[in-house]
Design a protein around this ligand. Structure first.
Ligand code: GUN
Ligand code: ZN
Length: 433
């Protein structure tokens, strides 16, 4: 059995930090050893010379070893329309997104984009993501085939949409159901792949398709559900016109029994009191997408209010409405969104959210999200002095909290010194795949 030991400073969360002084919420080793066997973490402890016996030691000092980042919501098929000059959500969808996603009917396109997409995830330190594919089943096959090749834990699904979009992108309630069912059978639980039933949002799904989504979710209780909720005012108005019998936007998904602990609701910005209560009661996850929400002018996520009412919250890039693959950039923009809300996100909570918090949101705690025995060795190695400006600031750092805050405020892919997927080097070997 091969044994690898990563030496470096190690940070891993034990629970959600209650504040910047909550040092009980994490484990930090100044000179740690992460012992990996067959892709799994078997020990995390202070480094000792004996660790080198019969093991390859990779010395990452003075960098920081953490759990790989988890991105809870993005669209891999939108990798080539990031930075599209559009106004708000519906214009952006109609002008760029629905045009771009049609390209995935072309032979070879999905595979080429998937390869580039995974390279970018790895370069930015993201080892798990939850993605929307296009409405073409082949886009899902390309997505999971590439995940399998790289041995990554990835969640995703075929977008279902049967109205209010170009003909070429639309499925039907029946074909969306049939295709999703076949894809679940092919991919869910194969290797590390996990499926998400993905009705795009209420505007692009007829009641018949929502009914089909309900049936799929009921038939596959261990599969995820993902959709979009309450991102933009015009979207909310249109949704309520299309579903006039539902009490509010969340109520539409509730009426089709699509809420629950395995459901991820992208955006969830403008929720009323009833919606917040239903999200909390059902254990549905609200996914904060700060770079996208600022870019599309959608609104300011109200984290504090949701958390206070017991809603589970995750964080994500929302590529290609989002403007960076980097979870560090995402945490930075998240901090700024919350500043505008008069809320303060401390750096421990930020890094918790991008690792153990998002793992909990996916109900995969114990598998990923922590540098702890039993977890798969999906790891990121971070360098807080990666650029001249960061190195200058680094010299004045007084605490771990300050280092994390520097990483999230000024860091990006350049701060990702190395990435491990199931114990194998993934960043420095890019291109050699
Ligand atoms: N709502 C429905 N589809 C999308 C999408 O692709 N991106 C975003 N940001 N919101 C959506
Ligand atoms: Zn989205």
């Amino acid at each position: 059995m091969t044994r690898t030991v990563l030496r470096g400073r190690v940070l891993s969360f034990l629970r959600e930090p209650l504040g910047i002084d909550d040092h009980e919420s994490y484990r930090y080793l100044q000179d740690g050893a992460v012992v990996i066997e067959s892709g799994r973490i078997v020990q995390v402890e202070d480094f000792a010379p004996a660790h080198a016996d019969g093991a390859e030691v990779i010395d990452h000092r003075p960098h920081l070893i953490m759990a790989g980042f988890i991105d809870l919501h993005l669209h891999y098929v939108q990798s080539q329309i990031m930075a599209a000059y559009a106004g708000s959500l519906l214009e952006w969808l109609n002008t760029y997104t629905f045009i771009e996603e049609q390209k995935f009917s072309q032979q070879g396109h999905a595979g080429a984009v998937a390869t580039a997409f995974y390279d970018e995830l790895i370069r930015h330190g993201t080892t798990t993501a939850v993605a929307y594919c296009s409405s073409h089943p082949a886009s899902v096959d390309a997505y999971f085939a590439e995940a399998e090749r790289r041995n990554m834990l990835m969640v995703g699904g075929k977008v279902m949409m049967d109205r209010n979009a170009p003909e070429a992108l639309c499925d039907t309630a029946q074909s969306g159901y049939d295709d999703s069912k076949a894809l679940i059978a092919r991919w869910h639980g194969r290797g590390r792949s996990l499926y998400a039933i993905s009705p795009r949002f209420a505007i692009t799904s007829t009641p018949a398709q929502m009914e089909a989504s309900r049936a799929l979710a009921a038939e596959h209780p261990d599969v995820y559900v993902q959709t979009h909720l309450s991102e933009n005012d015009e979207e909310i108005r249109t949704s309520m016109q299309l579903y006039p019998d539902s009490p509010d936007y969340t109520g539409i998904y509730e009426d089709y029994e699509l809420l629950g602990p395995r459901t991820l609701m992208g955006h969830s910005i403008h929720l009323n009191h009833r919606e917040t209560a239903v999200m909390a009661e059902t254990g549905t996850v609200a996914v904060f997408c700060p770079t996208s929400n600022l870019f599309l002018g959608s609104g300011l996520f109200d984290r504090e209010r949701l958390v206070k009412h017991g809603v589970r919250v995750g964080i994500a890039t929302d590529i290609g409405g989002g403007t960076s693959f980097s979870m560090l950039r995402t945490l930075d923009e998240g901090y700024k969104v919350l500043q505008l809300r008069g809320q303060r996100l401390n750096p421990f909570t930020s890094f918790f959210m991008a690792t153990l918090g998002n793992a909990r949101a996916l109900s995969v705690e114990g598998t990923i999200g922590a540098v702890a025995p039993g977890n798969t060795a999906d790891l990121v190695v971070l360098d807080a002095g990666a650029t001249p400006a960061m190195a200058l600031r680094q010299r004045t750092l007084g605490s771990l909290a300050e280092e994390l805050f520097l990483l999230q405020t000024m860091g990006d892919d350049r701060s990702v010194a190395e990435v491990y997927v199931a114990g194998a080097r993934a960043k420095s070997t890019l291109g050699g795949l």
